[in-house]
Write a protein that binds this ligand. Structure first.
Ligand SMILES: NC(=O)c1ccc[n+]([C@@H]2O[C@H](COP(=O)([O-])OP(=O)(O)OC[C@H]3O[C@@H](n4cnc5c(N)ncnc54)[C@H](OP(=O)(O)O)[C@@H]3O)[C@@H](O)[C@H]2O)c1
Length: 228
């Protein structure tokens, strides 16, 4: 049994990760932003394995409040899942610069801030793992056009997690950015290749197989290495 914390757990991949970790008998902290959790999360509360906690990942005060609540609790698996596709206008001809900065706040800066704040909780786990849900759209290796804000924020979080992996290795904390597949969610759309359940099942399986030798690798939901 692991204690898992999933950010952005209200819908999509995050919600499905919560379901899959619960089904596998884990203790789960699921975070939502806003005043009250959505029905989809409340519906899972029949089990005492689940705790719902507010977290706006871009708000340092909100992160600090979460840290206070979790004081002394070992976190075995942190999933930085909360993410944003960025502004509507993000082509080179028509870039919404403020929206681009916000995408960086959610997709790049917040995963580091949340992870950093929870290091005391990870450090008291016997097998601490940090998974940051990134995207193949941030891969420098993969040539593709458009979506500058989203792509650059995911490319940047890949680098952040690679550096963090090196820094936390001596504490035994495994850090991996993970591409979840192209997933049928509000973000991925109806034409995407896999369901949120398939993606989450893959990610849950890969977290159970990670060793310190994997830290700093960019992985896919199927547990394969992805080109940076
Ligand atoms: N779907 C895909 O094909 C795909 C592919 C590659 C990577 N990804 C990545 O996978 C992750 C999950 O994507 P998804 O498809 O499940 O997206 P989604 O359906 O749009 O859900 C996004 C989740 O992130 C939360 N969130 C956004 N900004 C937040 C903030 N500032 N603070 C706290 N929570 C915040 C949302 O909360 P609210 O409900 O409150 O808005 C929601 O729970 C993201 O990091 C995304 O970039 C997705």
């Amino acid at each position: 049994m692991n204690t898992v914390l999933v950010t952005g757990a209200t819908r999509g991949i995050g919600l499905e990760l919560v379901k899959q970790f619960l089904e596998n008998g884990n203790q789960v902290f699921a975070t939502y932003r806003g005043h009250t959790p959505p029905d989809a999360l409340n519906a899972l509360l029949s089990t005492n394995q689940l705790s719902l906690r507010p977290l706006q990942v871009t708000d340092e005060k909100s992160i600090a409040e979460l840290v206070t609540i979790l004081d002394g609790i070992a976190i075995d698996i942190l999933i930085n899942n909360a993410g944003s596709i960025g502004p509507v206008n993000q082509s080179y001809q028509d870039m919404d610069a403020k929206g681009w900065a916000e995408a960086f706040r959610v997709n790049t800066i917040a995963p580091l801030m949340v992870t950093s704040a929870l290091i005391p909780n990870l450090a008291i786990s016997d097998s601490p793992r940090v998974i940051t849900i990134s995207s193949q759209m941030g891969s420098l290796h993969r040539e593709s056009v458009g979506m500058h804000a989203y792509r650059s924020s995911k490319a940047a979080v890949n680098k952040v997690m690679q550096v963090l992996a090196l820094e936390l290795k001596e504490k035994g904390i495994i850090v991996c950015p993970v591409h979840p597949g192209w997933v049928r969610t509000d973000m991925g759309g109806d034409d995407a290749e896999i369901s949120a359940k398939e993606s989450a099942q893959g990610i849950v399986a890969l977290t159970s197989q990670l060793t310190l030798a994997d830290t700093g690798k960019f992985l896919t939901w199927e547990g394969k290495e992805h080109a940076w």
